[in-house]
Write a protein that binds this ligand. Structure first.
Ligand SMILES: *[C@@H]1O[C@H](CO)[C@@H](O)[C@H](O)[C@H]1NC(C)=O
Ligand SMILES: [Cu+2]
Length: 163
């Protein structure tokens, strides 16, 4: 009995931080994926990790999502190969580290600000401080602390029953 409780607590201690930290980011939040929006401001203070995902929401047919390289991003040009995402609710899992660039392929939209660049970090590495926001380190720290706090509550509750 005691052994199985300890096993449950140990499992939670391992899982809680990872369960809490995999995030789904709705690009542009309530505004969604649209032109005349400042996605640089939207990304400020956010840290993206492998395992997180992006969701691009827009009225189907009005916009689309192309994953591009840095050159195409700067020039707002559609990639030579590859089709855009067009469902109106496109989820993109962030599977690898590094910089990722996305643009809308509808004529003129990228030039009107419908472009997103993010940097994806390895979740197991210590969060690197970003110059854009001094609060990012604290933010990811609080995620871990939330997981640890949940575990401590469980331990406390079990403790009340056992002792
Ligand atoms: C970026 O992609 C375009 C095709 O969409 C290609 O022509 C160009 O060489 C690529 N640039 C880099 C730096 O890979
Ligand atoms: Cu668009």
């Amino acid at each position: 009995m005691l052994a199985s409780m300890i096993a449950v607590v140990a499992a939670l201690a391992v899982l809680a931080p990872t369960m809490v930290s995999a995030k789904q980011y709705v690009v542009g939040d309530g505004k969604g994926w649209t032109k005349d929006f400042d996605y640089t401001t939207w990304t400020a203070g956010k840290q993206f990790f492998v395992g997180d995902s992006l969701v691009f929401n827009y009225a189907q047919g009005s916009h689309n999502v192309f994953k591009v390289n840095g050159t195409d991003f700067l020039q707002c040009s559609k990639p030579l190969v590859g089709a855009p995402l067009t469902t109106g609710s496109d989820e993109i899992p962030l599977k690898t580290t590094g910089r990722k660039w996305y643009i809308c392929g509808v004529s003129g939209h990228c030039a009107s600000g419908q472009k997103l660049v993010i940097t994806v970090s390895d979740g197991s590495a210590a969060p690197a401080p970003t110059p854009v926001s001094p609060s990012t380190g604290a933010a990811s720290g609080s995620i871990i602390n939330a997981g640890a706090a949940a575990v401590m509550v469980v331990v406390g509750v079990l403790g009340m029953f056992m002792f």
